[in-house]
Design a protein around this ligand. Structure first.
Ligand code: NAD
Ligand code: LMR
Length: 312
């Protein structure tokens, strides 16, 4: 198994570190545009292998796409992160060009790969990758729901005083401060609805905190988060390369599912060796569907920027 991570910055390096520790690949290529940067990160990580006892071989390269040839999975994390006070959507001007050129370069050497898009604004970057790559829709997957659902479980576990591992809770919609939809009415604590244990005020606060989870960390750290984003991406990679068929919220192309077309949004999908293999229908209430439609409208407006700038 060969995996490539493009972007050796905070998220890319953390994702690579998780992939290596879990030994998800024999060969892991870390690629960055900054001279020597990926090489240095790869050597630093390789020097942990004697301590952590993993056998994955990590190689860093500067913009050398030939080294990524025949990768079965490629993770794209290249691009600017936001600063405090910014939205993810404000990154589109710089990141769209980066994501498009990276996708084209990757496909020259790995024409049948599975691509996981992390760069923001993720919903629109995943849509761009779908259009620019021409890959079958099941092989282009956006990372956002895995992270947002983990944050949702974190906030729920803090309020409930329980283990996040005992929670089932998902976020769908967009990966934006106002577009994500934590499905609190579907969330359970070992099969019992969490709403039985939480007041309306507590529920509303958990939902609101989850939605601005990324912005909260950006304000605290000064740039956006990387530990949970890197782990969330590796969690998806693991389900694909080990064909685990985990049900994970991911950004995927919708063709009528959840009432939407010609858009990438986050919905629950089964992830296995073929990429996303099945969309699961959560049977949203009329209110939840209306909220989902509003998120779709916002994401569609962002996607229009790609058309207006002749990127697709
Ligand atoms: N989808 C999510 O849930 C999620 C979570 C966290 C971060 N992100 C996004 O991921 C991206 C990366 O975040 P980060 O914190 O790692 O940023 P970072 O600045 O630490 O790293 C980005 C890296 O991309 C590299 N890069 C830029 N242009 C490139 C190109 N053309 N080819 C190869 N490499 C290139 C840079 O040199 C840099 O090392 C941002 O857009 C951020 O918003 C998304
Ligand atoms: O918040 C960000 O800009 C980065 C990422 O999308 C996140 O949710 O951590």
């Amino acid at each position: 198994m060969k995996i490539t991570v493009v972007g050796a910055g905070a998220v890319g390096a953390t994702c690579a570190d998780n992939i290596a520790r879990k030994e998800l690949a024999e060969e892991l290529i870390l690629l960055d545009i900054r001279e020597g940067f990926a090489e240095g990160k790869a050597i630093d990580m390789m020097q942990t292998s004697a301590l952590l006892e993993f056998d994955t071989k990590i190689k860093g390269v500067t913009n050398d796409y030939a080294a990524t040839a025949d990768s079965e999975v490629v993770v794209i994390t290249s691009g600017l992160p936001r600063k405090p006070g910014m939205t993810r959507e404000e990154l589109i001007g710089v990141n769209a060009g980066i994501v498009k050129s990276v996708t084209e370069n990757i496909l020259k050497h790995s024409p049948n790969t599975i691509i996981i898009v992390v760069s923001n604004p993720m919903d629109t970057m995943n849509y761009l990758t779908l259009k620019a790559s021409g890959l079958p829709k099941n092989r282009v997957i956006g990372m956002g729901g895995a992270l947002d659902s983990a944050r949702f479980k974190y906030y729920l576990s803090q309020e409930l005083g329980c283990s996040p591992a005992d929670l089932n809770a998902v976020v769908i919609g967009g990966h934006g401060d106002t577009t994500m939809i934590p499905l609190i009415n579907h969330a359970t604590w070992n099969s019992t609805p969490v709403t039985q244990f939480l007041s309306k005020e507590q529920q509303d606060k958990i939902v609101a905190d989850t939605m601005v989870g990324g912005a909260t960390l950006t304000k605290l750290i000064g740039t956006s988060a990387w530990y949970a984003p890197g782990a969330g991406t590796a969690f998806m990679v693991e389900s694909i390369v080990r064909d685990q068929k985990k049900l994970i919220s991911c950004g995927v192309a919708l063709e009528g599912e959840y009432g939407q077309n010609d858009i990438s949004l986050v919905v629950p999908v089964v992830l296995g060796k073929n990429g996303w293999e099945k969309i699961i229908d959560y049977k949203l209430t009329a209110d939840e569907q209306a909220t989902f439609n509003k998120s779709a409208d916002a994401v569609r407006a962002m996607n229009q920027v790609l058309t207006d700038s002749n990127l697709i």
